[in-house]
Design a binder for this molecule. Structure first.
Ligand SMILES: [Zn+2]
Length: 309
C-alpha cells in the first residue's frame, strides 16, 4: 500500500492575514464565473458570494469596509485612498444584457472622478461612498454604487436623469458627504506625510551640523595640541575643557561676528598701510567701512544667529 507523500507546506499555516478570507460561512469562491453571462440577481449577490481578500482593489470582489474587523477599517480606508479609484481602461467593455445592449465607456472616468469599474462584474461603483457610506439599510437604490454595482448604461448621460448625476445629488447628499470625508482624510494623509518629511529633514540637518562642528573642533584642538578635557567640566566651572567651550553658542557667535567684522575692516587696514595713499582716499575708506559696520549692526544679526543655530 502506497503512503501519501507529505509536502513541507502541510506543517505550516498561512500567516498572511490579508490573504485570509473573512470568517463568514456564507462566502464561497466563485471567481471562475463568467462575468458577462451572470444573471442579474446572481450579480447582485456577487459581493457576498465572492471570496475576497481584505484589500482587494476590484470593486466587484472587495469586502465592504463595514464587514472588515474594526481595527482594519481605518487602515483599509487609507489604502484605498492612497491607491485612488479603480479605473480600468479596456479596449472594449462587455455589452450588457438589455434589449438595446450598451457598454461602459472609459471617458466617463474623466467626467466622474469618483467612478470605479469592476471587470469582474461589469458594473460601476463609487469609491467615496464605498469608503464612508453608512451600513446599507436595504432601501432600494441606496447601495447600488457600493454593494450591488450599477450597469444600466442606458441611464448614463441622459441629461438631468443621468444615473451618475442623480447618485451625486445636491450639496447635502450622502454622496457629497462621503466625498467630504474622503477629501478630509486624503488631505490629512498628505499633510502628515509632508510634516514628517520636513521634520526628518530638519533633524538630519541638525545632526549633521552637530557632527561637523564636533569634528572640526576636534581637528582644530588636535592641530593646536590642546587638551580636550579641562580640570573641572561642570556647568559653572571656570576651567572647562576646550572642547566644551568651542562648541558653545556664544563662542561660535563671537567667532562668526569677528570674521564678518574683519572682512569689512580688511579693506581699510590695507588702505591705511599703503604710504602712497592720499588723505581723500583714506577718508573714503573710513566712511565706507563705517557704513558697512552700521549695516551689520542694524541688519546683520539674523544671518549670524541662523548660522550659529
Ligand atoms: Zn457616491
Amino acid at each position: 500500500m502506497k503512503r501519501k507523500l507529505k509536502t513541507i507546506d502541510c506543517f505550516f499555516q498561512r500567516d498572511n492575514p490579508r490573504a485570509t478570507p473573512i470568517e463568514n460561512p456564507n462566502l464561497t469562491n466563485v471567481q471562475d464565473s463568467d462575468p458577462i453571462n451572470l444573471h442579474t440577481e446572481a450579480a447582485e449577490l456577487n459581493q457576498q458570494e465572492t471570496l475576497a481578500t481584505t484589500f482587494e482593489r476590484d470593486p466587484g470582489k472587495r469586502v465592504q469596509i463595514l464587514m472588515l474587523p474594526f481595527d482594519q477599517q481605518d487602515e483599509a480606508r487609507r489604502f484605498y485612498i492612497s491607491e485612488g479609484p479603480y479605473q480600468v481602461i479596456l479596449d472594449e467593455y462587455p455589452l450588457n444584457d438589455a434589449s438595446h445592449a450598451r457598454r461602459f465607456q472609459s471617458n466617463w472616468f474623466k467626467q466622474f472622478s469618483w467612478l470605479e469599474y469592476s471587470p469582474h462584474t461589469d458594473r460601476a461603483y463609487c469609491l467615496p461612498c464605498f469608503l464612508f457610506s453608512k451600513k446599507p439599510i436595504g432601501k432600494y437604490g441606496l447601495d447600488t454604487f457600493t454593494v450591488k454595482g450599477f450597469n444600466n448604461w442606458k441611464k448614463v448621460n441622459e441629461g438631468k436623469e443621468c444615473a451618475f448625476l442623480k447618485h451625486m445629488g445636491n450639496s447635502g447628499s450622502a454622496h457629497n458627504y462621503s466625498v467630504g470625508c474622503f477629501n478630509n482624510l486624503k488631505n490629512s494623509m498628505t499633510h502628515i506625510d509632508k510634516v514628517m518629511v520636513k521634520e526628518n529633514e530638519k533633524l538630519v540637518a541638525e545632526a549633521r551640523l552637530r557632527l561637523t562642528t564636533t569634528i572640526n573642533s576636534i581637528r582644530w584642538l588636535t592641530f593646536q595640541g590642546c587638551p580636550f578635557r579641562g580640570h573641572d567640566e561642570s556647568q559653572n566651572s571656570l576651567n572647562q575643557g576646550a572642547l566644551q567651550i568651542i562648541v558653545k553658542f556664544d563662542f561660535v557667535f563671537i567667532l562668526l561676528m569677528m570674521e564678518k567684522i574683519m572682512k569689512i575692516t580688511d579693506v581699510l587696514c590695507q588702505t591705511l598701510q599703503k604710504k602712497s595713499i592720499d588723505i581723500l582716499n583714506a577718508l573714503d575708506s573710513v566712511s565706507n567701512t563705517k557704513v558697512l559696520l552700521g549695516n551689520l549692526r542694524n541688519d546683520g544679526w539674523d544671518p549670524v544667529l541662523q548660522e550659529v543655530c
